[in-house]
Design a protein around this ligand. Structure first.
Ligand SMILES: [Zn+2]
Length: 207
């Protein structure tokens, strides 16, 4: 076999938690993004629970705007809840995240742009910061602070929903009701997960 056709060895490394127990403490930013019903919060909770098993000090924050379900719990759609603190702005996280090893932040798309500096400051202190949120709004545009946060993060994981119309991988959150408000929380009666093609088709028929 010539050099030209020699198979290259690729090393795929699975996402492995930095347990912070071995050697020096290193901070980092992880972003979990995707559409509605993609399992972002479930993935955030999974990582935070594993950090707890590792006996790490975990704090979870979310914006006050998200008052679905319970005021003080990060709740995913499958009711796999974990306690959290609702904060009025990103600056509050910096003040409250004291003596912690891991900070989880849910619904990050609703935070102000200062969240990027907040996450960087936490990570620079040696804290593992795990953020979860919508990467696109209902019109398919990058959502708020999310793209900036993805740019500075060490790890970005995009999770997908399943298109309710065709069964393909879905990356869009289609709003079924006519409302121009960007911040609109809801469930299956308000949003649908759709793939690129079905999202375009439905938006065209909406006019
Ligand atoms: Zn589809």
């Amino acid at each position: 076999m010539t050099n030209k056709f020699r198979l290259r060895k690729y090393h795929f490394s699975m996402f492995v938690e930095n347990t912070l127990k071995q050697g020096e403490r290193r901070g980092c930013i992880e972003v979990i993004c995707g559409s509605m019903f993609s399992g972002k919060t479930e993935e955030l909770i999974r990582r935070l629970k594993r950090a707890r098993i590792a006996k790490l000090n975990v704090e979870i924050f979310k914006p006050e705007v998200d008052s679905r379900y319970d005021e003080s719990d990060v709740v995913s759609h499958d009711s796999n809840a974990i306690h959290s603190t609702a904060v009025p702005n990103s600056g509050a996280i910096l003040l409250l995240a004291d003596q912690v090893d891991v900070v989880g932040i849910d619904e990050v798309q609703f935070f102000d742009d200062e969240l990027v500096n907040v996450c960087n400051s936490l990570a620079n202190r040696g804290i593992r910061v795990i953020c979860a949120g919508l990467d696109m709004d209902y019109s398919g545009k990058p959502f708020g602070v999310m793209p900036k946060l993805m740019a500075v993060a060490e790890f970005v994981t995009k999770v997908h929903a399943i298109c309710v119309d065709c069964g393909h991988i879905a990356n869009h959150s289609f709003r079924m009701v006519a409302d121009e408000k960007l911040v609109m929380l809801g469930e299956t009666d308000t949003y649908q997960a759709l793939c690129r093609d079905c999202f375009r088709k439905k938006n065209r028929s909406k006019g």
